[in-house]
Design a protein around this ligand. Structure first.
Ligand SMILES: Cc1cc2nc3c(=O)[nH]c(=O)nc-3n(C[C@H](O)[C@H](O)[C@H](O)COP(=O)(O)O)c2cc1C
Length: 305
């Protein structure tokens, strides 16, 4: 090994390999430093950050299901100032690109967080979690209306020069409409997919298991759904795609690259084995060698249909 080119450019984020971790499944990197060599990741993507510190939802907020898990963590986090003060210095010291996942309940809040992160040294890009309720528009998720997505991306674009990666919601009738809306509004890359809306009921008590009643499904169960959406997105995307959804090992990551992704993120698998992302890096390198390919780029979008 060592002869294949693993480096990729994800909309201006230069990654030494195409593998990052999915937001919310790897804390802020620091928590995993004793368990895995974080410096070997292509990038670290941190948990969602909003303007102020946020407690998240009451417990219980996650439950295992066959093929994955349903969570309603509710975006607990230290807020932008807490992140910059308590976590960014460690991440800067690791020397890998840091992608910060941003959320808010209004366009103004997203823009405010983006502006403050642009002033902080050591942020490589912003992933916009648009699967959040738009309080001003009656609580519908930003990500389920293409006009809202375009307006939000444009608002953030105006305040930052950092690479912007809107993270698309899977529960839409046609993902291509959202790909076009986001890239025309100034996205540099697109991340997909976020979790699928889900619910689990305890049949003895007949109550929802999660305190929030509903949550988001992640893990192997959503992988084929994500592959289809990445493949469709790639048909109209002019910007690179960061794919996620049910990666448990190199095979699912390679499948995403073939479907059209430039890079991939490992999420739920981190709860089983925090070393999964590094195993995926090695597995991609071995696959490229075995297939006589010199670079990851040769694999991206190589699906035969
Ligand atoms: C416990 C948990 C917390 C998450 N938190 C966030 C978050 O803060 N922001 C976000 O955009 N996505 C969040 N996600 C979604 C993941 O980043 C990812 O898009 C999704 O889980 C699909 O990938 P996976 O099947 O590999 O987990 C979270 C997922 C899980 C399981």
């Amino acid at each position: 090994m060592g002869t294949v080119e693993l480096g990729v450019n994800l909309g201006g984020i230069r990654m030494r390999n195409p593998v990052t971790v999915a937001s919310g499944t790897f804390g802020y990197g620091k928590e995993y430093a004793g368990l895995v060599d974080v410096s070997r990741l292509g990038a670290v993507t941190v948990k969602g950050i909003r303007a102020q510190a946020w407690p998240g939802n009451p417990l219980p907020r996650h439950v295992e299901v066959p093929g994955g898990m349903v969570n309603a963590i509710g975006l607990q986090g230290p807020g932008v100032d807490g992140f910059v003060r308590d976590y960014l210095p460690f991440l800067r010291s690791v020397g890998v690109p840091v992608i910060v996942n941003v959320w808010g309940t209004s366009e103004e809040e997203y823009a405010e967080v983006a502006r403050r992160l642009s002033d902080a040294e050591g942020v490589a890009g912003l992933e916009l979690n648009i699967s959040c309720p738009n309080v001003k528009e009656g609580g519908h998720a930003f990500g389920t209306d293409p006009r809202t997505v375009a307006s939000l991306v444009a608002a953030v674009r105006r305040v930052t020069r950092l690479p912007l990666l809107p993270k698309l919601a899977p529960n839409v009738p046609d993902i291509r409409v959202f790909v076009r809306a986001a890239q025309e509004a100034g996205a540099d890359a697109l991340a997909l997919i976020n979790t699928l809306p889900a619910m689990v009921i305890d049949i003895e008590t007949r109550r929802p298991v999660l305190a929030n009643r509903v949550g988001g499904l992640s893990g192997p169960a959503i992988h084929p759904v994500a592959v289809k959406l990445v493949w469709e997105a790639a048909q109209v995307a002019r910007v690179p795609l960061l794919a996620m959804g049910g990666i448990m090992g190199p095979e699912q990551a390679i499948e995403f690259l073939i479907a059209g992704a430039t890079a991939v993120a490992v999420g739920t698998a981190n709860f089983i084995d925090p070393g999964t992302a590094l195993r995926v890096v090695d597995g991609i390198a071995a696959y490229l060698e075995r297939h006589g390919l010199r670079s990851v780029a040769e694999l991206t979008g190589s699906v035969v249909v």
